[in-house]
Design a protein around this ligand. Structure first.
Ligand SMILES: Cc1cc2nc3c(=O)[nH]c(=O)nc-3n(C[C@H](O)[C@H](O)[C@H](O)COP(=O)(O)O)c2cc1C
Length: 212
């Protein structure tokens, strides 16, 4: 089937994108208003965009045409945020923080989550999450009137101790984190436990076997 986006409403375009680009990692973002009111919300238009410099990107929309998501408002104002990752055991609490509360409601409290102060930025991290990135805003790239791409530089990260195999070598036990990804539709998620291994092929090996 061919879908020409020139003929499709934005809401339907969104459906086609999010039901195919899967699984998507989830950025569980903690930010603060100018007055210091905490805010938390999940975003699955999220990924690592660069290793050097360490940059992550998050696509943040609007609640209504003239009301960008609270997270985006806070980040544009303060220039700081923390991205927590979501483990299986965090799924329910993450879903509570996605409730479309009014501006100024602390979703962390609603979800009975605990926070731990960050080292380099004002917003704290979520204690229950196994990985957290302390981020500083690089820039918000405007994507039309409704959306903005938040680009953040990672200043530091926290990983739950039991998931670090060798701190000096920066080896992480990724399966132990049990992170989840967002799938299609309104409520489907994936566990990251169905794995297979495939090594990279050195160019010499390929040439020796295919072009002698
Ligand atoms: C798993 C999940 C992923 C989400 N991803 C996004 C996203 O990528 N972009 C977005 O604008 N909203 C996304 N949402 C919706 C926001 O979390 C929701 O609108 C939230 O209320 C925004 O909170 P805020 O206004 O406090 O920032 C997602 C919701 C869930 C449950």
């Amino acid at each position: 089937m061919f879908f020409d986006f020139a003929q499709i409403d934005p809401k339907e375009q969104y459906k086609l994108l999010v039901s195919t680009i899967t699984p998507r990692p989830i950025a569980w973002v903690v930010s603060q208003s100018g007055e210091g009111v905490l805010n938390a919300a999940p975003f699955s238009f999220f990924n690592a965009l660069s290793g050097d410099p360490p940059v992550i990107g998050i696509g943040m929309g609007s609640h209504q045409p003239d009301r960008p998501k609270d997270s985006r408002v806070n980040i544009e104002k303060t220039g700081q945020f923390v991205v927590n990752l979501v483990a299986e055991e965090n799924a329910r609490a993450m879903n509570v923080t996605a409730i479309e509360f009014d501006y100024g409601v602390n979703e962390l409290k609603e979800a009975s989550l605990t926070t731990i102060p960050s080292i380099h930025v004002k917003p704290p991290r979520i204690a229950e999450s196994p990985v957290a990135f302390e981020c500083e805003l690089i820039q918000v790239v405007s994507l039309g009137s409704a959306s903005g791409l938040v680009l953040g530089r990672v200043l530091a990260m926290h990983i739950r101790d039991d998931a670090v195999i060798d701190a000096s070598k920066h080896y992480v036990d990724t399966p132990a984190l049990k992170l989840i990804g967002r799938m299609h539709g309104a409520g489907w998620y994936a566990k990251t436990s169905d794995l297979f291994k495939m090594d990279r092929i050195p160019v010499q090996d390929w040439l020796r076997e295919h072009h002698h």
